[in-house]
Write a protein that binds this ligand. Structure first.
Ligand SMILES: Nc1ncnc2c1ncn2[C@@H]1O[C@H](COP(=O)(O)OP(=O)(O)OP(=O)(O)O)[C@@H](O)[C@H]1O
Ligand SMILES: [Mg+2]
Length: 244
């Protein structure tokens, strides 16, 4: 069975695509064969961010409708072990049930892990349709609006009988030390979701987005590595907050 990780988040721009790429590359570095799937239909971006848009012929809607998977995937240059299935250029082409059936049938001779980059907002129907063993990772920024979104998503995941964890993205110490959230625990309690990891605010990640080059170094890379190792079942403690 191929492991499925769904990256989601309430508000647009919280870093779903950034974290999907960062995590996929980190998993690939752990020798996982990773298929990253862009599910932001109509607003696809991963093909561009990973520098393969000119090679794009078929997308995930073709694959779920029966086209040979090997002909739809794009190899990510410089990301050994990482393949991409791009999103369709228009909305309404991804049927949730067909997608779920497709995911369940991805052969583990081809991939170990599938990372789904979901579009902004919540989608109870999709959460219910995805295979029950899907791991949902909610991307949350350290501000009250984003934390409330994460709590809403947590409620919907419960309704769908699915479990989720949060990744706190764009972490900066001064965001935590404010009157709304004075500690990290406040954010975790308010969101109602377990914390999987913290990704710092990183100029390198902003630049990667602009330049389409995610070969980053430094704290953000280390943060994605820690999260990837936890997803692989390793017990990696959270470092001291000032080191994140
Ligand atoms: N940890 C970070 N440090 C610095 N910039 C970040 C970080 N995470 C995301 N960003 C920036 O935030 C912007 C939005 O990121 P991204 O596209 O990943 O969000 P998204 O949630 O996928 O958005 P959408 O809802 O439009 O799909 C980008 O410019 C990206 O570089
Ligand atoms: Mg996105």
């Amino acid at each position: 069975m191929v492991k499925i990780i769904a990256v989601l988040g309430g508000k647009g721009g919280c870093g779903k695509s950034t974290c999907s790429i960062g995590l996929s590359l980190a998993l690939a570095e752990q020798k996982q064969r990773v298929l990253l799937i862009d599910l932001d239909e109509g607003m696809r971006c991963l093909d561009m961010l990973l520098g393969v848009s000119e090679k794009l012929l078929f997308d995930v809607s073709d694959a779920i409708n029966g086209r040979d998977l090997a002909s739809c995937i794009l190899q990510v240059p410089g990301g050994e072990g990482l393949s991409l299935l791009a999103a369709p250029g228009e909305k309404g082409l991804i049927d949730a049930k067909l997608l779920a059936g497709f995911l369940e049938n991805i052969p583990n001779s081809m991939f170990d892990t599938v990372v789904l980059d979901l579009r902004a907002g919540s989608d109870l129907q999709l959460y219910r349709a995805l295979p029950p063993y899907t791991e949902f990772l909610c991307i949350c920024n350290p501000n009250a609006v984003s934390v409330r979104d994460a709590a809403n998503i947590g409620t919907l995941l419960n309704k769908a009988n699915r479990k989720g964890k949060i990744i706190l993205n764009r972490y900066q110490r001064y965001f935590i030390k404010n009157p709304v959230f004075s500690t990290l625990d406040d954010i975790i309690d308010e969101s109602g979701l377990m914390l999987l990891g913290i990704v710092p605010e990183s100029e390198r990640l902003s630049l990667a987005f602009l330049e389409g080059n995610y070969k980053i170094k430094g704290k953000a890379k280390k943060a994605f590595k820690r999260i990837a190792l936890r997803l692989c079942g390793r017990n990696i403690p959270l470092p001291k907050l000032k080191k994140i």
